[in-house]
Write a protein that binds this ligand. Structure first.
Ligand code: PMP
Length: 359
């Protein structure tokens, strides 16, 4: 049975990347060692690290005045590192668009010296849309505005990046990094856990503008972006194997045609599923059409029991991890870059059959 993995993360990886990793697993480039056995100070690993950064820079068009850091602790540690580094004794602005935004807000609020202001929220409407942010909402003395560009659980995404004047935007891009054509210059800091569009869990990518380094007033080296940048992501042992996998994914994406090409493919995949939902009399999308994510696509029947039946039948047919997040229920298809178009077509056919039999 063909298995399609709709997991929200850790998520599907490109098959060719997994095959390459398999072929190199026991003997990396004639070294007689696996990548996971290499010293992080070795020239072989150094080449992998440099290459990974280079490819990410090329893919995202990252300007020279931005640093690329490979850290650990997941996107969740960034919820704390961002305010620790950037907002001590200052005000930080947040947009509340879902569970992950709320966690970022809670982490900032936990710090004594940080004043947190939530300037907009869609919580009262079950996070079903992205609030509009206008320049007059931005206090120009704020340290930053934090947004979650793609909301993995509810399936919404910022279609435009707000104009914040001189206030840097900090973006949690965990679930749509490398799947959008956002301009890095529009952000002061971007962070993302790797386990969706980049590679295996364990690696966290941070892209930070020069002028935002060196602002950490807390003397904790591991938590200080400047310490990490000065050490070129080698302050301590980095997640070497995850970085190697990320490097393979970056190369795969470049060979495919980079972000313009993957964006086209991702849009096509999402359109197939949204079209099926929109024309269905059984399935609906719980979010507003103008805020739709092309990456995480939730849908429901409106009947919890029927959702459960759909999920059980889908699982039996090889559609893995379609069950919606435990906080919202229903179904959710995560269509990350490596997810094949045939999988979406198969899902749509399955939904049509289910509707005929159960609608
Ligand atoms: N932000 C977003 C948008 C996410 O989707 C996730 C994970 N699903 C997180 C943050 C948390 O990431 P991590 O588990 O890497 O800490």
């Amino acid at each position: 049975m063909t298995v399609y993995n709709f997991s929200a993360g850790p998520a599907v990886m490109p098959t060719s990347v997994l095959k390459q990793a398999q072929s190199e697993l026991m003997d990396y480039q004639g070294s007689g060692m696996s990548v996971m056995e290499l010293s992080h100070r070795s020239s072989l690993f150094d080449a992998i690290l440099k290459d990974a950064k280079k490819h990410l820079r090329e893919l995202m068009n990252i300007p020279d005045n931005y640093h690329v850091l490979f850290l650990q602790g997941g996107a969740s540690l960034q919820f704390s590192m961002v305010p620790l580094n950037l907002a001590q004794n200052k005000k930080a602005l947040y947009v509340n668009t879902g569970v992950w935004s709320k966690k970022a807000i809670a982490a900032a609020k936990a710090l004594d010296n940080v004043e947190v202001e939530v300037i907009a929220s869609s919580e009262a409407d079950n996070f079903s849309y992205i609030p509009t942010i206008t320049p007059d909402m931005i206090d120009q003395n704020a340290a930053y505005l934090h947004i979650t560009t793609n909301n993995t659980i509810v399936g919404t995404a910022f279609q435009n990046i707000p104009d914040t004047g001189n206030v840097p935007i900090v973006a949690d891009m965990s679930s749509n990094i490398l799947a959008n054509n956002y301009n890095v210059k529009d952000f002061g800091l971007i962070y993302a856990g790797a386990q969706k569009n980049i590679g295996p869990a364990g690696l966290t990518v941070v892209i930070i503008r020069d002028d935002l380094l060196g602002l950490c007033e807390v003397k904790e080296p591991m938590l200080d972006y400047k310490v990490q940048a000065d050490a070129d992501s080698l302050y301590n042992t980095p997640p070497t194997f995850a970085i190697y996998m990320a490097q393979l994914v970056f190369k795969w994406l470049q060979e495919l045609g980079g972000i313009p090409e993957i964006l086209k493919q991702d849009q096509e995949k999402a359109q197939l599923l949204y079209d099926a939902i929109d024309k269905s009399k059984l399935f609906t999308s719980p979010i507003q059409s103008t805020s739709r994510s092309i990456t995480n696509i939730p849908f429901v029947t409106g009947d919890e029991k029927l959702d459960q039946k759909f999920n059980a039948d889908a699982l039996a047919a090889g559609f893995e991890n379609l069950k919606g997040h435990r906080s919202v229920g229903g179904m959710r298809a995560s269509l990350y870059n490596a997810f094949p178009k045939e999988g979406v077509k198969a899902l749509v056919a399955f939904m049509e059959k289910f509707e005929k039999e159960n609608g």
